[in-house]
Write a protein that binds this ligand. Sequence first.
Ligand SMILES: Nc1ncnc2c1ncn2[C@@H]1O[C@H](COP(=O)(O)OP(=O)(O)O)[C@@H](O)[C@H]1O
Ligand SMILES: [Mg+2]
Length: 249
Amino acid sequence: MITLPKVETLKPKNQPHNFFIWGETMSGKSYFAGYFPNPLVLNTDGNSEQGQAPSIQIRNLRDANGNLKQSAIKQLDDIIIALQNQSGPQKFQTLVIDVVDDICVMIEQAICLENGVQSLGDMGYGRGYAMFNSTLQQFVMDLKALPMNVIYISREISITDEETGKTERKQSLKDKYYNVINGNCDLVIRTSKVGQGQNITYYREVKAVRTKYEPENITDKRVLHLLKSCHGMFSKEQLERIKKEEVKK
Ligand SMILES: Nc1ncnc2c1ncn2[C@@H]1O[C@H](COP(=O)(O)OP(=O)(O)O)[C@@H](O)[C@H]1O
Ligand SMILES: [Mg+2]
């Protein structure tokens, strides 16, 4: 018979492991993600040689007849299995999905190619969309179960309300996909930059947070340092407290 846990009040030491970062092009998304501990980048835009982190290019490959030779879905599956079975002294500790918008498009493409249709809608009775959603859900859940940090990167779009003239900036990933991923993220960070040329300043601000995190609970000093650089992550009191602690040591 199953043994149920004891009735008690737990005091979890929460730390964030799943991140969603969005921001305009060249605002420092990849740069920031690349500073996390031992990163592996799943790259989609083909400019991976610019980064310092090891990377894997994700894509659907087709043969001369246009049939799917290598599916991005299979490729992602294989990577997840390899990460589940990492051994040796040096392990990847962070997985960066750069950019998740493209991964979603590739999953969609792979499903279409495998089923010989032009678009998900062509599969009839909502089957295509259902298949897409379950594939994305599974991917995100598999990543969440990995014992590592996961960073999803998305670009930025701005939408101007024609009546009020107000501009809203948001992640470029479609809302319904964002909701699937965001439901599994602990922290949403927006990157931005101000100025030009030699006078650029890079900013990071926390847009959403699952729970209040205490800096003392963040075990990886590198991650703590990175999070300290994000506006709104910690309160002034929290920052002063850990500063005092550091001075003591
Ligand atoms: N915090 C930072 N400090 C110094 N340089 C930065 C910083 N963030 C980004 N950069 C530089 O800005 C450029 C664009 O950053 P990148 O991370 O590639 O942008 P994105 O991924 O958002 O398109 C890179 O050359 C990078 O070195
Ligand atoms: Mg980038």
